[in-house]
Design a protein around this ligand. Structure first.
Ligand SMILES: NC(=O)c1ccc[n+]([C@@H]2O[C@H](COP(=O)([O-])OP(=O)(O)OC[C@H]3O[C@@H](n4cnc5c(N)ncnc54)[C@H](OP(=O)(O)O)[C@@H]3O)[C@@H](O)[C@H]2O)c1
Length: 207
């Protein structure tokens, strides 16, 4: 995720956030190129209308030479299932899956697969069972908070953007309750991305 210096992922007024610049776009595409699937909160999708696609020719070539689809599977998490079919997302050239607490037996229009969500551990195991083992969380905050609360995040990759946004939209919402005894995080990689942006990647610290 791209976050401000004060840890916000969207401006105080809310709405679709565009925080990262060119360098952030590149590392985002690299993360997508690594991934089998990317997780997207329904609210992010409703606000943005579509999701980020890999466009860089070298990354597309890399996936092609690995025998993988051009884009990772886009997995949308939604309790309500309210995803208007006119969203441009449904015309994007990628495979769409839906994670929902009670998926309808008839499936959901626009999605090739609907999987049940009971808790994150079960949902991630379900995705793994369908071959999606490398997952990137695109956001937003509610989705990230759920995964952090369930202790299901192995790596945090954040692009720190040189802006202050203030407001309520912290990337970890204030009501998040983290699991007790969670270990710390260890810096694995840092990279200047240009235009004052810095990529920080943290993995779980060894026990
Ligand atoms: N800076 C960045 O890198 C970045 C990245 C992504 C998003 N954003 C910003 O983040 C903001 C949106 O974030 P947000 O926190 O409001 O919303 P969000 O996390 O994108 O989506 C929340 C929605 O996801 C669904 N959901 C969450 N947990 C679920 C679960 N366990 N099971 C099933 N569905 C679940 C629910 O959908 P239903 O409502 O359909 O039930 C919930 O309302 C926007 O401003 C966006 O621009 C920024």
């Amino acid at each position: 995720m791209a976050i401000s210096l004060d840890g916000r992922l969207a401006p105080a007024a809310g709405g679709p956030a565009q925080l990262g610049g060119k360098g952030d776009r590149r590392v985002l595409e690299e993360a997508l190129a690594w991934a089998d699937g990317c997780l997207i909160g329904a609210q992010t999708l409703r606000l943005h209308g579509n999701t980020c696609l890999i466009r860089a020719p070298d990354l597309l070539q890399q996936r092609h030479s690995q025998g993988r689809a051009a884009q990772p599977v886009a997995i949308v998490a939604s309790r309500s299932g309210q995803l208007p079919p006119e969203l441009p997302f449904f015309a994007q050239p990628l495979e769409r899956w839906l994670l929902q607490p009670q998926p309808g037996s008839a499936g959901a229009p626009g999605f090739s697969r609907c999987l049940p969500w009971h808790d994150w551990e079960q949902a991630l195991a379900g995705l793994g069972g369908h071959g999606l083992r490398r997952l990137v969380v695109l956001g937003g905050a509610q989705l990230a908070a759920g995964l952090l609360q369930a202790d299901c995040i192995d790596t945090m990759q954040l692009t720190l953007c040189p802006r202050l946004l203030a407001g309520a939209h912290s990337w970890v919402p204030s009501e998040t309750r983290l699991p007790l005894g969670q270990v710390g995080w260890q810096l694995e990689h840092q990279q200047h991305l240009g235009d004052g942006e810095v990529l920080l990647r943290y993995g779980r610290a060894a026990l």
